[in-house]
Design a protein around this ligand. Structure first.
Ligand code: SF4
Length: 250
């Protein structure tokens, strides 16, 4: 089952695929990790997914055929397909083709993005996107720049655009000691989220060091090598600050 008439076949580059993901959206999901990301997050767990136009070359028909084979299972599991990364909006035509095919098959779609390339998500792509998992990495522009090497503003513009369109968002926030755990910043982001009106849940994700070996393997300096994982108390404190928005927080 492959809708070929309305779906254009588009070439894409994948980092990897997870066939039964449970962390990136509702239910059990097929998660496509796209290769390439313009950010340089200090805490990146997948630095090998950052370079563009490399990784596994594929096309949307090939991926949709795989998705079609799993369609009934994904739907029964209350799940769907998530485009993650890397940064999926680095390949917006590929994602649009995938999501258009999913929509025709009745499969839920989720876009896991930092929002930095939100301007590349055109109306056709947004019209086939059921949920956005939006990572806002810091609410202060200077600290966002320090953490990611990029500007914060495009992400906020994208967040407001999603709100104006009424597209559901799950906010994700990685808690990194000394970088994102400052109470004022957490409160500031919680206030921003409260004002949007389309955020359905908040996920506070404790920074962890499980991807550190990749930095060593790539021979790239890991500037967070000396940064510890947050304590349970710090994570609960941040969750409590978001909880005051009245949203479910995980
Ligand atoms: S947005 Fe994600 S993939 Fe890109 S650098 Fe940051 S953590 Fe890594």
């Amino acid at each position: 089952m492959l809708p070929t008439e309305t779906v254009e076949n588009v070439k894409g580059w994948l980092h990897s695929v997870e066939s039964t993901g449970t962390l990136d959206g509702p239910g059990i999901r097929r998660v496509l990790f796209l290769q390439g990301c313009p950010l340089e997050c200090l805490y990146c767990h997948n630095p090998d997914a950052r370079p563009f136009r490399c990784g596994r070359e594929t096309d949307s028909y090939t991926q949709l055929r795989e998705i079609a084979r799993n369609r009934d299972f994904l739907i029964r599991a209350g799940g769907g397909v998530t485009a993650s990364g890397g940064e999926p909006l680095g390949q917006p035509d590929f994602v649009r083709s995938l999501f258009t095919g999913c929509r025709e098959m009745g499969i839920h779609t989720a876009l896991d993005t930092s929002g930095f390339l939100g301007a590349r998500a055109d109306e056709r792509l947004l019209s086939v996107t059921d949920l956005v998992l939006l990572d806002i990495k810091h609410i202060r522009p200077d600290r966002y720049l320090e953490l990611t090497g990029r500007e914060l503003e495009p992400t906020l513009v994208f967040a407001r655009r999603l709100a104006a369109r009424g597209i559901p968002v799950w906010l994700r926030y990685v808690l990194v000691p000394g970088y994102t755990d400052d109470p004022e910043a957490v409160d500031g982001l919680a206030e921003f989220v409260r004002g949007l009106g389309n955020v359905e849940r908040v996920e506070v994700l404790p920074y962890h060091k499980m991807g550190d070996w990749k930095w060593a393997e790539l021979g790239v300096e890991n500037r967070l090598a000396g940064t510890p994982e947050p304590t349970d108390e710090a994570v609960e404190d941040a969750r409590g600050r978001f909880r005051r928005t009245g949203l479910p927080v995980f």
